[in-house]
Design a protein around this ligand. Structure first.
Ligand code: NAD
Length: 358
């Protein structure tokens, strides 16, 4: 690399995420050296290079990728894959120059990097974790959210590379090495929890006879609203799309890592454990490659109803119905409070209490 040349980026892992990320690096003008166990995964990069885009070189193995690049990025399924690609006989460590830079963008845990940092301390390597959010759509549009853990100087140095793949406003330096992994795992944990909670609530409400969109609009208008209810669930409700761009096997991997992290810092994670088991049930039922939102299908199958919005006109009508009923509800709050007070005074026996005492 000279002062006037763009840096050469090595990239290992050209799957659902890595394919879009490398395409955007290429569009931004970075020469690439790439590797994957599936050589065909680089075909479109080579086609683009032949048509005049930035050049691409195939690295025979991760060590060669590291040797031919100024910075090496990994985007691999699990910590086990990251370990193999880093430490294998022809792994990154066999080819990277002293003082070189390795950025792991996989959703993973710090152990592999911690070990490399300590065993390779004499080599002055720069090691960062920079996992992402934004699904395969974000990877292909170059609008990923990136959470970077590492030294501030390193983060600024690699920022132009990250900006080619992510939304510049949402590339966040979240702390020292390892912090990026932790932030990413917590984001996924909360999102998966939102998904399961929403699926359960929609299934119960629909089974209780409420129109799906009226229920969803009511949730949106309430303190229980969430980004999942308002936006992300529409992928299923409108298109029956459970997001196969992120396999449920990987979602289960993330949930397992998240619980491992909780255990390692001594924080009980009861809710996360239940969510993980529901995800594992969906994986067992629908297969490893089913989409990350497939747990919703468990609930659909349970109630025998596909959760789908009718059409946009109906959706608008539902929103109006909710707005009208919200104003009626506001007017009748006082009445409701009176009724509630009467019920408490009368010690009304609920159906649940009857069931328990039966
Ligand atoms: P993927 O399975 O589609 O891609 C992984 C790629 O790594 C594959 O092309 C595979 O052939 C390659 N690979 C595996 N072992 C290898 C090895 N030893 N050497 C070289 N290449 C190897 O996975 P993905 O969906 O792209 O996810 C990658 C990472 O990004 C995961 O950690 C995932 O949790 C995370 N992630 C995924 C999404 C998403 O929506 N798909 C979103 C955010 C984060």
């Amino acid at each position: 690399m000279t002062a006037n040349q763009p840096i050469t980026v090595g990239f290992i892992g050209l799957g659902n995420m890595g394919s879009g990320m490398t395409r955007n690096l290429q569009l931004a003008g970075f020469p690439l050296v790439v590797n994957d166990i599936r050589q065909e995964s680089a075909a479109s990069l080579f086609e683009a290079a032949a048509a005049g885009a930035a050049p691409v070189t195939w690295g025979a193995n991760p060590g060669e990728v590291a040797r031919l690049s100024d910075i090496v990025i990994t985007m691999l399924p699990t910590p086990r894959h990251v370990d193999a690609v880093l430490n294998g006989p022809t792994g990154i460590l066999s080819g990277i120059a002293d003082g070189g830079t390795w950025v792991d963008m996989s959703t993973s845990v710090p152990e592999v990097a911690v070990r490399a940092r300590s065993e390779q301390a004499h080599r002055g390597l720069h090691i960062l974790d920079a996992p992402v959010s934004g699904m395969s759509v974000g990877a292909s549009t170059g609008m990923l959210q990136i959470f970077v853990g590492g030294e501030a100087d390193d983060v600024e140095r690699i920022r132009p590379v990250l900006e080619a793949m992510g939304d510049p406003e949402r590339i966040l330096h979240v702390g020292a090495a390892g912090a990026g992994y932790a932030v990413k795992l917590m984001i996924n944990q909360l999102w998966f929890s939102h998904l399961v909670a929403t699926a359960e609530v929609l299934a119960i409400g629909v089974k209780a006879g409420v129109d799906l969109e009226v229920l969803r609009q009511s949730l949106i208008a309430s303190p229980a609203n969430s980004n999942f209810v308002q936006n992300d669930v529409l992928s299923i409700l409108d298109n029956g799309d459970y997001d196969e761009g992120f396999a449920i096997a990987l979602a289960c991997k993330d949930l397992g890592l998240s619980i491992d992290l909780a255990r390692s810092v001594g924080v009980p994670a009861e809710l996360s454990a239940v969510v993980e088991q529901i995800y594992r049930r969906a994986k067992a039922q629908y297969g490893d490659l089913a989409g990350e939102m497939t747990p919703v299908k468990l609930y659909e199958d349970l109630i025998g109803v596909k959760l789908r919005r009718a059409d946009v006109a109906d959706a608008d009508a539902a929103a109006i119905a909710v707005a009208v009923s919200a104003s009626v509800a506001a007017a009748s709050v006082a009445v409701a409070e009176e009724v509630l007070a009467d019920a408490v005074l009368a010690e009304t026996v609920s159906p649940v209490a009857e069931e328990v005492s039966a």
